[in-house]
Design a binder for this molecule. Sequence first.
Ligand SMILES: Nc1ncnc2c1ncn2[C@@H]1O[C@H](COP(=O)(O)OP(=O)(O)OP(=O)(O)O)[C@@H](O)[C@H]1O
Length: 673
Amino acid sequence: METNQTTLDPPETEPTEKPDPPKRGEPRKFRANSLGSFYSQLTKQGLARFVGQLPLIDKFEAELKDRSDREIRKYSLGLRHRAKSGEPLYKLLPEAFALVRIAGARTMNMRHYEVQLIGGMIMFDGAIAEMETGEGKTLTATLPTYLYALPGKGVHVATVNDYLAARDAELMMPVYKMLGMTVGVIESQMSSDDRRKAYSCDITYGTSKEFGFDFLRDRLLIRQTREQGLGVLGPLLAGKKEKNEEPVQREHFFALVDEADSVLIDDARTPLVISAIPGEAEKVAVACHQWAANAEREFEEDNHYEYDHDKKSVELTVTGRLLVRQVPKPKLLDTVGLVDLYDYIERAIKVKRDFHSGQHYVIRDGEIVIVDESTGRIAEGRKWSYGIHQAIEAKEGVEVTVATGQAARITVQDLFLRYRHLGGMTGTASSSKGEFKKIYKLNVIKCPTNRIPQRKLWSDRVFGNAEAKWSAIVEEIREINASGRPILVGTRTIEKSEELSKRLTEAGIEHEVLNAHQVALEAEIVSRAGQPGKVTVATNMAGRGTDIKLGEGVHDLGGLHVICTELHDSARIDRQLVGRCGRQGDPGSTRQFMALDDDCLLIGLGPKRYKKLVAFGENQSAELPAYAKLFRQAQRRIENKHFGDRKVLLYHEKQRKKMHREMGQDPYLDSPD
Ligand SMILES: Nc1ncnc2c1ncn2[C@@H]1O[C@H](COP(=O)(O)OP(=O)(O)OP(=O)(O)O)[C@@H](O)[C@H]1O
């Protein structure tokens, strides 16, 4: 087996003498040098004030730590009073952080590490704390969240999905409760009343999507009230207004964004949209989608249409357009112009080619539900725009939820820029530093790890084709599984998880598959993924936010081994998957597998080069380590392209808002289209 420069030892050459890493939960061995250099680096960045706060926090902690729970709570109420009276929050920071630290230690036996205090200060200061995966961001979040909650204006903790929002709120509840703070969670299937209650809490956990949709719904409600000539406060004062006709949110004071790269960057390519109520025209639209979904089968590539692999776009040829005219149509379509019919057909063809059940979406209770490609999770409530969603519905024969006009829309960027204070955290931010700064005006500051990381990167393995790659993966799983070490395998799509699962079953390897179909079982399955002899296959969903604890004896066997079966479009997502092992100073190892027919080469290098590579790889039986670089290059290209897409969206949004303002309209509610 060959190694390349970026990697370390494969199993055979693993050093026999292992360092003696500290066990999870053991006190950190203070790394004076690395922390010292981190502190001097902070000082150089003009952030010496963070370091200066540490002794103050220690001092207050020492003073307060022997007080009773009641006294701590009382002290916290005192802080709240001082904040409400206008004392600047940065002055309260040492006391607030000391209280949170005491509450963490007392209620959960987790006393915030020094690096976590620094992380908390970074976020308080309006920046993104980049903390390695597994460094305890959930606990760190309690520090700035508590501090900003003191003035009573509400704090929103945003994350990527309902599951993580509810889980984190529940996990951290004891800390907040002890300090007299109320905590609410917003979930997608909640009534307005429950939402209002959750938002009236001091701290509200939820997804960025829910925060955004609630903002839009409130905005629509306020306008409706105004249009009825009541004024916003009038009915409230007059006591006429029903509770559920009041906005659910309060002001946008502080938002803390967990998994900041995923929320602020990956999810920022599509705006959040609330559709208007359907009318007559929409019936025709439904008929068009259904007609196109059927007629599409008669159209052949290169004869009736051309497909651009780079842009993933379909264009009818002259012959194709002729065919559109000839295909029989229902009466309802008589009023529809030919140009529109071309669009419907092109969209239906595109959907057939590019959107696949099990990969991009699943059908649940007669509905098309998007699967977030980067996480493998169900993207609850999201819809593709430009009629794509409806075209998929028509293709799958489920009810077509007509593409109505937009009643309200907001981009993720706009949503978070509305908050007076914004902070974030993630394990993977550096590579998007420029984008965070440019779009959100957020600096990214890297925190050192609490303990020396023990994760080993084994050499990449590159194969000529998928078949060879899958066989090697199964072989590696078999070898490592025999030693009793647990293994987590990450795949790019649900389909591929299932394909690997089939192969493992054939090879007689016991395993568990975790994918978007089983969200409810997820936590339970993941919690077992670190147990001896366990093999867990998952899409990238396991790559985010899930903590995998090592079972009995696994530490001594070398910890969890993570196998990445294919490069993702974004290196950050790969790093998240890798980050499931080697957490909190645990040992662990990881290996990346690649094949010349992987999707990332097609998307990153284009169909011409891809075809050549596939042809070359077809008959290769040997491994091709020299090609690893090419995959990373393709990945960088995809990342750049996505960054470009987001910049374009932002530019158009900016123009749109400017136009609305000039016309005296509401940029979130009035849609020109
Ligand atoms: N101060 C602490 N003392 C003891 N244990 C801690 C402390 N901070 C975090 N942990 C433990 O570390 C583990 C990882 O925490 P967590 O899942 O919050 O990490 P994370 O940084 O969010 O990881 P990821 O980036 O993968 O989401 C958890 O088991 C948590 O209980």
